[in-house]
Design a protein around this ligand. Sequence first.
Ligand code: KG4
Ligand code: ZN
Length: 331
Amino acid sequence: MTYIIGIETSCDETAASVTKNGREVLSNVVYSQIDIHEKYGGVVPEIASRKHIDKIDAVVKASMKEADITCDDLSAVAVTNTPGLVGALLVGVNYAKGFAYAAKKPLVAVNHIEGHIAANYITNPEIEPPFVCLVASGGHSHILHMKSFHEFDILGRTTDDAAGEAFDKVARVLGLGYPGGPKLSRLAKEGRDDAIAFPRPRHGLDFSFSGVKTAVINYVHNAQQSGKEINKADVAASFQKSVTDVLVRNTIEAAEAVNSKIICMAGGVSANELLRSSMAQAAQARGMKLFMPEISLCTDNAAMISMAGYLNFMAGIRSPLNLNAVAQLTL
Ligand code: KG4
Ligand code: ZN
């Protein structure tokens, strides 16, 4: 039996989770700081670090209690050490080091992006590489060809904004607040997605979302200047449709390019209902199989870190007690 505790503090969620043999989640505790950052319109890094310090001990203890195991039962302590806000990451990394040292268990570093991908293995335990995975979060937009659990090629990446970042910025322009993705997609349900023709840029398999974002900002500003009322729901629906169309188009083309019949999705944006249904339709039309994490495992959580930590642990990966947090690590 391999029990791993995963600890995640890369952004504004303080999270800890215990898994058994990777795919079985025994506890998944997430303390979200959204309420705190909401009034500033985005994550304030210094506040995030301080809140992590306040909450981490209680969150980790709650995850151990809920899993009903002792430190002795653990095989390893896994922690996100990159990428993310460096001050926020440091809280988790230092806590994990102390925990691992005191419990005399190995420390295993996890890349947050690999964690997002690993969320798929929890929801759909039968998945095994190779497959093509769209990773779309607040900081990353990648299409990866996962060749094994630890080897991948990057087929496409964003040349500017990440998909989630575009959702957040457009939501802010529409006055919806933070985090923009869920709020914008809720409003989009009341609008027409063909109301406004926003661009669907093509750069091979790479993404570029800053043009769509600028088109929305210009649309809103032009309307304001000429005193015209805008239909926010139409703007939200049209924007969401253009981003979704590009994400689906490039992911399907990437799968075709490497002859893959299996597609996975990961990251906060993969919680988006339109993206989930559009990708499912497109995959089905081409005889491809689509797997997605359940919605609660798409956004930041520690179960995915524990799962990825399990894969690292089984591959013999161990991290030294002088492990550092790294804000930006390219995949
Ligand atoms: O993966 P995640 O929780 O954190 C990062 O690693 O960045 O992703 C957060 C991002 C935010 O930009 C948020 O607006 C977006 O995911 N997001 C969504 C939805 N839920 C979260 N975007 C679109 N639709 C959603 N339902
Ligand atoms: Zn994330």
